[in-house]
Design a protein around this ligand. Sequence first.
Ligand SMILES: Cc1[nH+]cc(COP(=O)(O)O)c(CN[C@@H](CCC(=O)O)C(=O)O)c1O
Length: 304
Amino acid sequence: MADRDGLIWLDGEMVPWREAKVHVLTHTLHYGMGVFEGVRAYRTPRGPAIFRLEDHTRRLFNSAKILGMEIPFDPELISQAQIEVVRQNKLDSAYIRPMCFYGSESMGLHAQNLKVHCMVAAWPWGSYLGQEGLERGIRVKVSSFSRHHINVTMCRAKSNGSYMNSMLAVKDATACGYDEALLLDTEGYVAEGSGENVFIVHDGALYTPDLTSALDGITRRTIFAFAESFGIPVREKRITRDEVYIADEAFFTGTAAEVTPIREVDGRAIGSGSRGPITERLQQQYFDVVQGRDAGYDHWLSYV
Ligand SMILES: Cc1[nH+]cc(COP(=O)(O)O)c(CN[C@@H](CCC(=O)O)C(=O)O)c1O
């Protein structure tokens, strides 16, 4: 990722991609206390547009507040920086990564005078779990790693260090030949994917875990809005792994994952073992909206 042409926004300046570097004694590199967002810009008939930009920026600042990090820039500037990295890199669609981190001003858990630095990068990133996964559905393994305890990791914060748990789960799942992991919380209830929220469909209604140890996903909220407009009931509840096994449909949601059907969990086919009809309808609506084909949701698009 380091050796490419382009520009990255770093602490208020656009710098050449290859020069956007930090010192090896950067505090966040050692201790993982940082916050980030995953945002997407999509090609639309009116040019590139970032989906729910303000919601992502708001969550970035909330994440920092939860961790007690003070971002030294206004939210408006961070939102504008996301627009600029798409525009100045001449991208017509992109994955955008804002990230705020502690610098190399000092080391140790009791470090003083740490400065919060902010970067924003953007690059082309296609289907997170593969185009075939979007169409046919993916194979998922319930992870042997539990999702965070809510009083160990602050799960409303999208924090760098919390993703070691996600990577352990992904390595576990892919080593066993699966595409993605589904994590249970510390009480054994379904929480979320390694980088996604999860929904199941049963008798025409959507069910998704309460947020406790799952991230408050923006795509999750988007699906709530679509479901309401379609008259599909959505219920947040505790879900057990065997409820997933016998669901009619299941799917992941996330900025990177978009709406990815789940066709199998732990060797059990979910429903027909392929993308279900409600999943397909929500997925199609998602792409119509992010690609600017549904004027009813134009307020969610920030044109670059
Ligand atoms: C743990 C987790 N849960 C749910 C979500 C869905 O949130 P939202 O994007 O607001 O709908 C994400 C986003 N995962 C990001 C990071 C992926 C990565 O590999 O890095 C993303 O989708 O951009 C998570 O990381």
